[in-house]
Design a protein around this ligand. Structure first.
Ligand SMILES: Cc1cc2nc3c(=O)[nH]c(=O)nc-3n(C[C@H](O)[C@H](O)[C@H](O)COP(=O)(O)O)c2cc1C
Length: 173
């Protein structure tokens, strides 16, 4: 799939068919996340791939009852291994770069999933401590996004975007 088609066609989907995600496809999706840029190439991003139904349900509860999280066949918890970046870049690495790095990886995951015919949703509203406990995150590893992935069972229309003229500023604001 052409990159611009993936960027504009991808939607946040919150209803999934129970069909499993093919293992080869899952690897391609994770690999797209791995290939994202990172500050200083520190690569702080780590993925927890959740298929266990009980764990998915606990994640859905930690995401304030967003039950669709547990309905997807696969859920990827995208984490930042903060010390990988902070030991090189200090506070800016901890507070900014490793967050940006995981966001870039998360977007790659969405686009790759869509290009392979799957749907996903970026879930950011969750109790971070609860999710860290559920996935047994080691100290210094922050779960920053929950991404349910599966075949779409709905086709949402595109939410509006601000016009380019409104958000692009020439030379200065
Ligand atoms: C950082 C971030 C956090 C988000 N958290 C949630 C969430 O917790 N639950 C949810 O249903 N959607 C969540 N979304 C998805 C947005 O609602 C969605 O991207 C936006 O409405 C635009 O729709 P689109 O993705 O179909 O273009 C989140 C998106 C981002 C980027």
């Amino acid at each position: 799939m052409e990159v611009f088609e993936a960027i504009s066609g991808r939607r946040s989907v919150r209803e999934f068919k129970p069909d499993p995600v093919n293992e080869g496809d899952l690897r391609k999706i994770l690999d797209a996340g791995r290939m994202a840029p990172s500050a200083g190439n520190c690569q702080p991003t780590e993925f927890v791939v959740v298929k266990d139904q009980a764990i998915k349900q606990r994640l859905a509860r930690a995401a304030y009852g967003q039950t669709f999280v547990a309905e997807a066949p696969v859920v990827i918890v995208v984490c930042a291994n903060v010390p990988r970046t902070s030991r090189r870049y200090g506070r800016r690495g901890e507070e900014l770069y490793c967050i940006q790095d995981t966001a870039a990886a998360t977007q790659n995951i969405h686009l790759a999933a869509y290009a392979l015919g799957y749907a996903s949703c970026w879930v950011g509203a969750f109790d971070e401590d609860a999710v860290a406990g559920i996935i047994k995150a080691p100290s210094g590893v922050r779960p920053l996004a929950i991404v349910p992935i599966g075949r779409p069972a709905e086709k949402p229309s595109a939410p509006p975007r601000r016009r380019l003229e409104e958000i692009v500023h020439e030379d200065t604001f």
